[in-house]
Design a protein around this ligand. Structure first.
Ligand code: CP3
Length: 368
């Protein structure tokens, strides 16, 4: 009899769902590790949130960041799309700016706009004044994750964090921006401030990821949503090292790491090279093309065009089948959108996509 070494690490607590067996052979975890379960696992970025009436009802009279820091509410909202759609994963309901808030930054999420800072971080003195995120401050996250996992059974929870560049795009600008010009200028004009800022952001994101995994998350996703605005040389020289540093705190835990950004067709190989296991792909290139650019070595996640969620079902169904066929060329595939669920999406459409994905035997798909 051969003894198979578990893929996860012995450093995970014994009651962690990967260790006690609840999620170790879940379709999502198998696919993230390069295997092909009989049907393609599926979840949706931003599956919790405004597309769900039960979410909108729960959010009446509350502030987004207060909800993120209330374990009962963050856990309930995380579970809503799992109950409704039967997706193969939950993603913890929080936000990429939550670690910034917990580290003492005056940040708010303005409805319809996004994260806004009272004081942008633009000088070396600003960056050096940032204080590290302490493990104690992460207690509401640890509690929210533990409460969620206790109710998820065999469905894995994905933990997440924003990557240093995407966080810097908000920190330097002070709010959402179109082309992230201030951050891209700072990277070249003031390397010392850039290093201090990205190093701090990497450590905050790393601590946020580690807390979620130790509390029960079975995989993590690093969101570098806005990194597609960078050239490959700028990414490799000024960003990649900090993204790798954000992953350092979870490396020894052995959970699968997904890396995603928007408009990253040129950056995919560099984004895999920071030490990701799975690449998230947006809808600007096909999965077959992404697989070719990556040399066929990584499981892929993606990439239904969110714009087609409002198309007639026959159009959307054809597209989803094409995505599944294209994904069958990669070593493994997790179905998702090319970016987040738009708030105006009819949630019944998402449920229908899950049913479709679960009805297609991917072993029988003809690639191409
Ligand atoms: O279901 C999930 O995916 C989990 C929850 C989640 C949220 N934000 C909840 C949220 C996740 C993973 C995020 C990550 C996040 N936050 C990213 C990376 C992912 C991406 O979409 O690219 C980014 C760039 C942010 C920053 C941010 N926070 C934006 C741009 C916004 C939207 C502003 C708006 O109102 O349109 C937020 C707020 C936010 N985060 C909402 C949700 C559900 C909307 C808040 C509300 O319901 O009022």
């Amino acid at each position: 009899m051969t003894f198979q070494q578990p893929a996860h690490s012995v450093k995970l607590p014994v009651q962690h769902p990967l260790v006690d067996g609840r999620t170790a052979s879940a379709p999502l975890i198998r696919a993230y590790r390069g295997d092909r379960p009989g049907v393609t696992p599926v979840w949706f970025m931003r599956q919790a949130g405004r597309s769900l009436p039960e979410y909108r009802e729960l959010r009446v009279g509350t502030q987004m960041l207060d909800v993120c820091l209330d374990p009962a509410l963050s856990s309930e909202i995380t579970l809503q799309p799992v109950r409704r759609h039967g997706v193969d994963a939950a993603i913890f309901f929080s936000d990429i700016v939550v670690p910034l808030k917990l580290a003492g930054i005056d940040v708010d999420i303005v409805p319809g706009r996004g994260p806004v800072l009272a004081r942008p971080i633009r000088t070396l003195a600003d960056a050096q004044a940032l204080t590290p995120l302490s493990p104690e401050a992460l207690q509401p996250i640890t509690d929210g994750v533990a409460l969620t996992v206790s109710q998820l059974g065999t469905t894995p929870l994905i933990g997440f964090a924003g990557a240093p560049f995407t966080l810097a795009a908000y920190l330097v600008e002070g709010g959402p921006s179109k082309d992230h010009l201030r951050a891209r200028a700072l990277m070249h004009s003031d390397p010392e401030t850039w290093a201090a800022l990205l190093g701090w952001a990497a450590d905050a994101s790393g601590a946020f990821l580690r807390a979620q995994v130790l509390a029960g998350a079975s995989a993590v996703q690093l969101f570098d949503s806005w990194v597609g605005s960078l050239s490959v040389p700028d990414y490799e020289e000024h960003v990649a090292g900090y993204s790798a540093r954000a992953l350092t705190p979870v490396r020894d835990l052995g959970v699968s790491i997904v890396h995603f950004g928007v408009g990253t067709g040129e950056l995919l190989p560099s984004m895999l090279a920071i030490g990701a296991d799975v690449m998230g792909v947006d809808d600007r290139i096909t999965l077959a093309e992404a697989n070719r650019r990556l040399g066929g070595v990584a499981p892929l996640q993606g990439n239904i065009n969110p714009a087609l969620l409002t198309a007639p079902w026959s159009v959307l169904e054809k597209h989803v089948r094409e995505v599944l066929a294209s994904g069958s060329e990669a070593p493994a595939h997790v179905l998702n959108l090319g970016h987040g669920v738009p708030p105006e999406t009819d949630p019944t459409v998402l449920t229908r996509i899950v049913e479709l994905a679960h009805s297609v035997d991917t072993h029988g798909i003809n690639p191409g």
